[in-house]
Design a protein around this ligand. Structure first.
Ligand code: MLT
Length: 311
């Protein structure tokens, strides 16, 4: 019998293979405090998380029989992979399952930012009718710099094409041929800064991308640029962003992710030019089912295979 612990909000439909498997039991304890997780983690063979649960070295010191940690999503930045590996624990994720959800949320944020949708909704639903306060800007013929041309960046590019935007793409692995086939221009980060009306980020958070958009980079951007970050908090330096919006250099930002979640930088809250969602990019019914299905299937495969090997 294998025990699986789920500590973040994961689709029950997506976990159906685990629920129905006679060799598996599933315990859902969404949002349990780290101290409690430490106490119980050792009783489980697999742990499934999204981005909320931090699987730290301290927690892994108590890993007991744990063999697999599954991130039902793209990144594994909330898991101490080195500590897990040292303990022989396999870390898996579902890298492609929420690509469309993240790309669509990016478009939603870009449009909402451009047309002041959240601000206009707030005022209108408070009973005030003001058609003059929310003049927007169009995406049509605007230039967009996509930083990170992996799966999500590529889907964003395809959608921006349908809005007839001019697209610049940066990625160390992007070839001229690939850029041409997508109908975009391969660009450097500096070219993106100099030419883009919108800059959207689609990289993981690594030492190389932490504070990629800092005060120095923002200084190189076009007056009136708008930023979208549905990737990872920490890629944009929030202090620098707020200062650049205050100064009028940056026209606005749409943020789904934050340096600290929930966000603590109060400067972000006071700006009508900043719109925010609480790390929702992957949160669609479809994506959540897919990520849960993918990690469930992999957990079953890994644990059963290990069982056979050790039988
Ligand atoms: C991801 O990495 O796929 C997402 O950030 C996961 C999540 O929504 O928690």
């Amino acid at each position: 019998m294998f025990n699986v612990l789920v500590t973040d909000s994961i689709s029950d439909n997506g976990l159906i293979d685990l629920y129905e498997h006679h060799d598996f039991t599933v315990d859902k304890k969404v949002g349990i405090p780290p101290e409690e997780l430490k106490e119980i983690i050792g009783n489980y063979d697999a742990l499934i998380v999204r981005s909320q649960t931090k699987v730290t070295q301290d927690i892994l010191e108590h890993s007991g029989r744990l063999q697999v940690i599954a991130r039902a999503g793209v990144g594994v930045d909330n898991i101490d992979v080195n500590s897990a590996t040292r303990k022989g624990i396999i870390v898996i994720n579902a890298p492609g399952a929420n690509t469309i959800a993240a790309a669509e949320h990016t478009m939603a944020m870009m449009l909402a930012l451009s047309r002041n949708v959240p601000q206009a909704h707030q005022l209108t639903s408070s009973g005030e009718w003001n058609r003059g306060a929310f003049q927007g800007v169009e995406l049509y013929k605007k230039s967009i710099g996509i930083v990170g041309m992996g799966k999500i960046g590529t889907e964003v590019a395809k959608r921006c094409k349908s809005f007839e935007m001019e697209i610049l793409g940066f990625d160390p692995y992007l070839t001229e041929e690939r850029a041409k086939s997508l109908g975009i221009r391969k660009a450097t980060l500096d070219e993106i800064a100099a030419e883009s009306d919108y800059i959207t980020l689609h990289t993981p958070l690594t030492n190389a991308t932490r504070n990629l958009v800092d005060a120095e980079y923002i200084q190189k951007t076009k007056q009136g640029v708008r930023f979208i970050n549905c990737a990872r908090g920490g890629i944009i330096d929030e202090e620098a962003l707020v200062a650049a919006i205050d100064s009028g250099h940056v026209a606005g930002a749409a943020l789904d992710v934050f340096q600290i979640e929930p966000p603590e930088n109060k400067g972000l809250f006071k700006h009508p030019a900043i719109i925010m969602t609480p790390h929702l990019a992957a949160s669609t019914v479809e994506a959540q089912e897919k990520v849960a299905q993918e990690v469930s299937a992999e957990i079953i495969e890994i644990l059963e295979a290990k069982n056979i090997r050790h039988a």
